[in-house]
Design a protein around this ligand. Structure first.
Ligand code: FES
Length: 111
């Protein structure tokens, strides 16, 4: 199976602002992308607490993104909560020629 599980180009790296999230859709999947000190992180945009599409609006603090609704925190690298529990899904990111690519596996093929 190839093609559908490859990286998708989402934007030019200059479109991402340091420390501020941006929302993208890859097929049916909604992701929040952050640039922190020249590193790019892609996580699910859906907060697992109340399924709000809010993570891209969250503030970033010490490597964690904070949901703007009730303050749940998730590690941008692992997606985990501060106590190490499962939180947000994370996605692989790569940069090519200053464009950002994110690898999203469609849920129905994720088996
Ligand atoms: S909806 Fe995100 S913390 Fe409640």
């Amino acid at each position: 199976m190839s093609g559908t599980t490859e990286y998708s180009k989402i934007c030019h790296i200059s479109e991402l602002k340091e420390g501020t999230g941006k929302r993208f859709f890859i097929n049916e999947t909604e992701i929040a992308v952050f640039k922190i000190k020249e590193r790019i992180f892609a996580v699910s945009n859906i907060c697992p607490h109340q399924k709000t599409a809010s993570m891209f609006e969250g503030e970033v603090e010490n490597g964690f993104v904070i949901c703007p609704f009730h303050g749940w925190k998730f590690n941008l690298e692992t997606g985990n909560t501060p106590s190490g529990g499962n939180g947000l899904k994370t996605y692989d990111v790569k940069i090519e020629n200053d464009f950002v690519f994110v690898k999203v596996v469609p849920a129905e093929l994720n088996w």
